[in-house]
Design a protein around this ligand. Structure first.
Ligand code: EPZ
Length: 415
């Protein structure tokens, strides 16, 4: 079993160029198959989910090269319209290939993404929206077989919840519609805007991205393009969290400060000093953080659900009681039990975590249960005195390029 061995405490005093956004590069790589040409994508993070996505692109027939943060995908010859179960299981978010395969081939066969570390990952909104675009779906031995039965030209789709993945799949499947598809209650995440900017470059007309009503006018001719991925706002928040927890200071480069507005206000409430420059940010933390009255996760521009575990780790040693409320995923707090092995004092009641700050954390051997929970355990290990180990560390490596996060001198990776 893969594990990370960390010698703490480590006081962050670093200048870090933040990696490209995982939740941008994954849908953009999937969408590249719509272009039927060569797409050159820059600022790509070297993380496991990107390598899994490249495996899927190879499987369906693309030529892919990944060198020095640049991925070149040639999708001229697609030979398959299905994703094998083992790859679906490796990465639940391979559901983002659904809309791209339907747009490119008129068909997509995927296995049910199934429940996962964050709780059930239903796809009812994806299915009901695609049906409104003239796509049928059949379940054949545990696989979902999607097929265009009558190409819809116009549609007006209203999502019951601003689902990121469902918004992405609707945009992709609409890229071949003759008329205009309107998406109401669409996700406003920056990663949706990045995806829309990429799709515009390959020939799709999109309006309103970043707001809760998006209009897509499909095309019948597409071409390759060049694109640079936005910075990963969740990784940026993770680094800020590590610096805040260890009483250190950090300079982040290559970021868009606007994407970090709500996390920044929470770090300031915790007593951190933050100064923003154009694409950079400097933060210094007090020796002891202040508690936060309440942080609630909400769809963007609210506080991101993916950063709730980061905040849990930061607040373990704050000077008082803090409350975190998770409103997006059912099992967001699975890392809390492991944080308590470091000596944290946290109680979870339903979707609420009550954190009683303790004076210090001590090293421990813990187990990662999901991606952002693993990042929380890493922060706790950096705060703790002594050597800690985090097993199932592949969860962390799915979304973080460790070599760009902490110095090699303080950790050992056993894969
Ligand atoms: C995306 O997941 C991100 N993943 C997640 O990041 C992120 O936490 C999430 O959006 C919310 O911001 C990628 O972009 C690859 P949703 P996604 O559809 O699209 C429910 C990380 O750590 N729902 O917005 O799967 C769902 O169960 C990952 O980087 C339905 O009920 O999230 C959840 O409760 C984790 N039916 C809520 O909506 C559906 O058909 C939000 O899910 C779809 C979703």
């Amino acid at each position: 079993m893969s594990r990370l061995i960390i010698s703490g405490p480590y006081k962050f005093n670093d200048e870090i160029y933040v990696q490209g956004a995982k939740n941008s590069i994954l849908p953009i790589l999937a969408s590249s198959i719509i272009s039927r040409g060569e797409c050159i994508i820059r600022n790509c993070p070297d993380i496991l989910d990107v390598h899994t996505t490249i495996e899927i692109l190879h499987y369906i027939g693309c030529k892919v090269k990944f060198e020095d943060s640049t991925i070149c995908v040639n999708s001229e010859n697609i030979v398959k319209n299905e994703i094998p179960e083992d790859l679906m299981r490796k990465m639940r978010s391979s559901i983002i290939f659904l809309g791209a395969l339907i747009a490119r081939t008129g068909r997509a066969k995927i296995s049910l993404p199934g429940g996962c570390e964050l709780g059930p990952r239903p796809i009812d909104m994806h299915v009901s929206s695609l049906k409104q675009l003239g796509v049928s779906v059949e379940i054949i031995n545990g696989c979902l077989d999607f097929k265009i039965i009558n190409k819809i030209s116009e549609a007006n789709i209203s999502l019951p919840f601003p689902s990121v993945g469902a918004t992405e799949n609707i945009i992709l499947a609409s890229s071949i519609c003759k008329g205009t598809v309107t998406i109401n209650n669409a996700s406003c995440e920056p990663e949706i805007v990045d995806l829309a900017n990429f799709l515009k470059k390959i020939g799709v007309k999109i309006y309103g991205e970043g707001r809760n009503q998006i209009k897509v006018q499909g095309a019948n001719k597409f071409h390759g393009c060049e694109h640079e991925i936005i910075s990963d706002r969740i990784v940026a928040t993770t680094i800020l969290g590590a610096a805040a927890t260890t009483g250190g200071a950090v300079t982040l480069k290559g970021i868009n400060c606007e994407h970090l507005d709500t996390p920044i206000s929470v770090f300031e409430e915790m007593g951190c000093f933050i100064s923003k420059e154009k694409n950079a940010l400097k933060m210094s933390a007090p020796e002891k953080l202040l508690p936060v009255k309440e942080v609630r996760s909400m769809p963007y521009p609210g506080f991101p659900t993916d950063s709730i575990p980061i905040m849990t780790a930061c607040l373990c040693t704050a000077n008082g009681v803090s409350i975190l409320v998770e409103n997006i995923f059912k099992n967001r707090f699975r890392h809390v039990e492991e944080l308590c092995r470091f000596g944290a004092n946290i109680k979870v009641e339903g979707n609420i975590a009550i954190i009683n700050g303790v004076s210090h954390l001590f090293s421990s051997n813990v187990e990662a249960k999901d991606l952002r929970g693993a990042a929380a355990l890493l922060i706790a290990a950096l705060k703790s005195h002594g050597t800690s180990t985090i097993s199932n560390i592949n969860f962390l490596l799915r979304g973080y390029d460790l070599s760009k996060l902490i110095p090699k001198t303080i950790y050992k990776l056993e894969l």
